[in-house]
Design a protein around this ligand. Sequence first.
Ligand SMILES: Cc1ncc(COP(=O)(O)O)c(C=O)c1O
Length: 411
Amino acid sequence: MSADLTVDQASGRRVSARISAIAESATLAVDAKAKALKAAGRPVIGFGAGEPDFPTPDYIVEAAITAARQPKFHRYSPAAGLPELRSAIAAKTLRDSGYAVDPSQVLVTNGGKQAVYESFATLLDPGDEVIVPAPYWTTYPEAIRLAGGVPVEVFAGPEQGYMVTIEQLEAAVTPRTKVLLFVSPSNPTGAVYSAEQTREIGLWAASKGLWVITDEIYEHLTYDGVPFTSIATAAPELGDKVVILNGVAKTYAMTGWRVGWMIAPLDVTKAATNLQSHATSNVSNVSQIAALAAVAGPLTAVDEMKVAFDRRRKAMVAALNSIDGVECPTPHGAFYAYADVRGLLGREIAGIRPATSAELATLILEKAEVAVVPGEAFGPSGYLRLSYALGDDDLAVGVARLQEFLGTAKA
Ligand SMILES: Cc1ncc(COP(=O)(O)O)c(C=O)c1O
């Protein structure tokens, strides 16, 4: 018996230290709490969810129905994905990111989330550092730690549009840094880096010999004419040290279908496929055929969703900025507003003086019946994330409640 095993047995631990260290997904937790209150009859308005409120377009659903009737799709298929889908993803990447890849570089995953996990698991050895611009999507640090890596947060506040600078990156890099994570448009802030900023960051990463893992899942959701730029194309100097993460969830209102992908150099894709072949095998064939109809088809549905998101974005940002103590920069991408609520902390609201955004979010849920996600889920306290991917009427009711409730805050 090894010494380590003896220690573990002596500790009496039932869940491993590695897995115990993973926090519950705060965004899913808020959503679950809001849904539970709703089920109990409370008229909760949920700004927590990270998913479009639209149904998946009909032609995508029809493709899935046809696939479900074909016995060949009732069987195991290649772990890396259906060949026709991998080809369509390669073609779509050239169309949307101007980045030429071979279908063999594409690994189809169980949602973008699995692509996040597999890319870190495949690139990181214990102690390798990953620079994570903050506020960050809540899953990244957990995925990095589970892979044995060390997330190094670089915080960019609202005064810099929630976008990191080269000086900040320079201060964070060490000899252990292996990867820079780049996410634009960003969840949770909605920030979109310009083509120039993207190129500058890519060049910086290339000069340090870093890998860049770029999450492009919100690529089609930008507003005010702000373009999406893929760092893979903006900075070809990165060579092959780029991993693109993406999926159909946000663009085609397909969160429940669970199809994402990673695109990497062939050796990395092959290694990640080996991992996936033992973990989950192929993604559901029916979902893959639905994803094929999505990525090979038009972008008209997302353009229509965007019109609604844009309208809601403007309504939400205006309402938030009308509240004394709240500052909300205008987001140019995704479907989230990230409000700076530091001005409210310590003020008296409904007889309580919340000291953190987590306490404020709890108070808002319990007293105003509005679900928001506190900044603690994405980095420092002092912020609230509000998704505007919900119906216009619910949005209007929700922001009116916030204005009324937070409007009573006293110094
Ligand atoms: C930035 C970002 N990346 C990846 C994902 C993963 O999406 P999914 O696993 O639903 O495809 C999400 C979902 O919220 C996200 O916000």
